[in-house]
Design a protein around this ligand. Structure first.
Ligand code: SF4
Ligand code: SF4
Length: 161
């Protein structure tokens, strides 16, 4: 570790500033998909049905400041909450860091480009449906939010000297 390492490599999650913590979200929108929990087995199923406040194009919450009032079961992530929940997708930056992993190449903090989370097939763009249109959740069970596609960092573009 060096003095030039970025904050997510030098600080524990509980030590981060609010701004650092918020910047860890890669904007994938996967945690804003509805999930089903089966009572008999307690197992979890992801659906491709998005919370009504999720912008299906940007994959960001359309009213982040007021989300807890408008969607009472929206969960505010904190270091403590991270230890208590099991439904964050494996690609989630918070889950990765909590497990001792680094951020992936597609993360905007690494790539410097908010589009890479979409280009890498991590975000929900193009494959989520809004809850008003969806109908019964159990018609929308999908596995992809629970997996991480194998994606390679695209080669750097040559630039003229
Ligand atoms: S899954 Fe994690 S990284 Fe993706 S939007 Fe939710 S909090 Fe952000
Ligand atoms: S209220 Fe916003 S942050 Fe919360 S689940 Fe819905 S879209 Fe996501």
């Amino acid at each position: 570790m060096s003095d030039t390492d970025p904050f997510w490599k030098t600080k524990r999650l509980a030590e981060m500033t609010r701004a650092e913590w918020e910047s860890l979200c890669d904007g994938c929108g996967r945690c804003c998909l509805h999930k089903l929990r089966y009572e008999d087995t307690a197992s979890l199923a992801y659906t491709n049905v998005a919370c009504r406040l999720l912008d299906l194009d940007t994959c960001r919450c359309s009213d982040y400041a007021n989300r807890r009032r408008r969607v009472p079961d929206c969960v505010q992530l904190t270091p403590r909450v991270l230890r208590e929940i099991d439904w964050l997708p494996p690609s989630c930056a918070y889950r990765r860091l909590a497990a001792g992993k680094d951020l992936a190449w597609w993360h905007p903090l690494v790539s410097g480009d908010p589009e890479t989370v979409h280009e890498a097939g991590i975000s929900v763009r193009g494959r989520a449906v809004g809850e008003k249109r969806a109908g019964p959740l159990d018609h929308h069970i999908v596995e992809w939010p629970g997996s991480v596609p194998r994606t390679r960092r695209p080669p750097r573009k040559e630039t003229a000297p």
